[in-house]
Design a protein. Sequence first.
Length: 255
Amino acid sequence: MPRVSSALALALARMCAPRVQTYYIDSPADIVVEDGGPSITNPLIVGLNPNVIDALDYASILPLVDTVNLMAYDFNGGWSTVASHNAPFYNNRGAQGTSTEEQPAEFNTYDGILNIMLNAAGQKGKRKKSGNTQAAREAILNSPTAQQHLNKLVVGVPYYGRSWTTAAAKPTTTDFVPYFTGGVANLGSFENGVWDTSDILYLRDGQKQKSSLKGRSIQPGLANATWQGEAWDQYACANLAWINAGGVTQLVSYN
């Protein structure tokens, strides 16, 4: 398992830094380094879609930035043709439903980290789709490239879940492939299909009245929602919850 910085540590570092320059990039040419001395922080924000990673040259990028904030969320959502995890940390063994071009076995945070390190070490394209074993890919974690740059990676956990309506029953064991058929969600905290994690936990713990105490309005259907159960995916390191809303079952992915 790779060593990554904590989001809290980065937040504290930013509070102490006189200047912060953040880069949202499509190519290394978008990066401009300021001569600010050791106090300047240059964070980079990137997505973890395998094709997005391969489109960049991390060997050129990583020496120019101090931290790389990984957008480790929205792997699946209402746009997907399947219902599954919003933010899986590990391979969830299933087929990602958004595009045939994306590699489902690499659509998770851990494999995104491996792909970035492989890219930076000049091994771009050493993907599972090319027949490489995971052990061969993980060898990059012991490389000089990883020793130099791995501690720049910051993984954030989203404090929200995504949901779908589903007729799929809750699994009875943790040994399951967490991909289900699902339709457009008819409930959420902020909007249909998006749940505040605290609202999920309130429902689970029988304290849903607390949702309205956060100083925000909630969707009316949330007050009548009932908890049906949840399943921990031991492979993806993420949760799936089943919630009944108006007689319709919601499958909610949350961390």
